[in-house]
Design a protein around this ligand. Sequence first.
Ligand SMILES: [Zn+2]
Length: 373
Amino acid sequence: MRTVYWHFGLMILLGVFGGCRSTQPAAPASKWPSADPMLSVNTLIEAPEDFAAARIGSTDYPIPPYAKYLEGVKICLDPGHGGDAHKRGYKRGPTGVREAEMNLRVAKYLRELLETAGAEALLTREEDVDLSLADRAAIANEWGADLFLSLHHNAIDNKPQVNRTSIWYHNDVDYRPANLDLARYLCYGLYDSIALPQITGVPLKSDQLMYESGFGILRHAEVTAALTESSFFTNPEEEQRLRDPEYNLLEAHGLFIALAKYAAAGLPKAYLIEPEGGLVLSGPGQTLVFELDDGLRSRKSWGHDRRMILTDSIAVHLDGQRVPYAFSDDGERYLLTVSLPDDLTPGDHAVEIQFQNMNKNSVLNPHCVIEVP
Ligand SMILES: [Zn+2]
């Protein structure tokens, strides 16, 4: 059996927790009348079906020319939570506005913006239902998303004055550098759209600050992923803004512009091209050949035959150890050749390719697992 397959399946940590903390303890399902605002179901200001469609492309919500680079990019959007209205006070603001609802509406508006620009967008949920964190990530993984965003809003106990943006990445900064690219673009997109007056010094946060094993949603993600905590619904003024479809669209547009800028700067990828069908370790000199895509050259712009990969950024790891490689660029194709050691033991071995394009965007799909017979 000889197989070579791409995946990020290097995560061995288990767990199911993720997302933001609730402000209230979860209560069991209740039969109380919904006159209790902490049990109400529809807590947002109602918006017509075409609310976003009627505004997209206006001066308030433009589709800039560079958004064309989103064309064909596969973006999975995960509206956090859902199906939790019966849990009294669960993930609600001071007057009962539910996080699950604002997350869903922002995701739907963001999808409309992305599709207008030609991106492919997929939501993990369309309705007010809950899904496990592993199931949400599996939707992104199995679809083969380029990017995966889990959309949330934040909460904090006993500090209603707090209201700021943070974007969360999994593990530490070396884990998958592309996750930081995504998080950074999203952060500045929100800074320029909802533009909260409060900021935190370092808005990109590791999910290990919350849980030792990180957020389940990010841990299970095998594709480039980040979790947005755009603002705090526990802030009374922000809670009221978050009910408003105009504000939901403003947030979605900020995320959209961020994604458009990210795509415009090129989304680098790496592809194993040799051996084609599998890996045979028949003796010394076995090599893997990868073709690198800087995300830019295929645009055939003036100067496209010049190198647009930073050579010092290239690194190849085999089972976590840095190994030598040969890099070549003939002005058409970038090739990376890796000679495997003769004494590789039977079983799975992890190969990781890292590089950055000229805009410092890291490769989206750095991990490859080779199976040695
Ligand atoms: Zn949340």
